[in-house]
Design a protein around this ligand. Sequence first.
Ligand SMILES: Nc1ncnc2c1ncn2[C@@H]1O[C@H](COP(=O)(O)OP(=O)(O)O)[C@@H](O)[C@H]1O
Ligand SMILES: [Mg+2]
Length: 236
Amino acid sequence: MHTLNHEEFLALRAGAEVIESDHHGEKVLRLTDGRFLKLFRRKRLISSAALYPYAQRFVDNARALALREIPIPDVLEGRRIPSIKRDAVLYWPLEGNSLRELAQRGLDPETEKRLKRLFTDFVIQLHSVGIFFRSLHLGNVILTPGGKLGLIDFSNMCIYSRPLPTFMCHRNIRQMQKEPSERDWVDSEAIIESSLNNPAAPNSPGSLAYQSFLLELVLQRLQEAGIFRGRYLPRA
Ligand SMILES: Nc1ncnc2c1ncn2[C@@H]1O[C@H](COP(=O)(O)OP(=O)(O)O)[C@@H](O)[C@H]1O
Ligand SMILES: [Mg+2]
């Protein structure tokens, strides 16, 4: 990742609109040319984020998602900004609205039903191409003008070379159900049934596919811990 000095950072952010912030400061900026700058805090000096920065994970995951034809922002590059102790990614936003925005704005029952179906199919698609996205909630799913669903905010993701086994789908559903107001968007039965019926899902312990999946899972953990970078993994 290239480093920006403080003058370069100030020039880049001049006139930017703050889209999202929290008590630590600014999180997402819209630059005057329309690009987004998403900032990641460097938490501790010795941490997995220092060894494998979130901005770099974002860039790597974008490449892997694009290969799987999931709509995502056009991710340009990662940046280090030592003067504000942040890393950043620069991207063109994915056009559309998050499902959370749409749900909060209020939907007529028919549209809501169709969007829930679309969301369920999307989750099934993600699982079937080996994507385990811990922050898979309505705020990170965008309905594009073309009527497809896409993802944002995907630094926190594991990508496998085969469909997720059913136990991982269960795990992902539990994470999705954490937001009480969005629980009825998650059709867990349909998601689990689809996984059980997917012949490529590594569901039999002892099978070669299952063993390979577990190996990938361990490698992903090591990668997240910054022990090594993705050569062995099916990213890109
Ligand atoms: N690529 C994008 N396209 C459209 N909107 C985006 C995009 N990235 C971020 N946003 C908007 O920015 C806000 C925060 O984005 P996100 O990356 O999910 O950050 P976080 O969840 O960490 O605050 C949301 O309001 C979201 O709608
Ligand atoms: Mg988000």
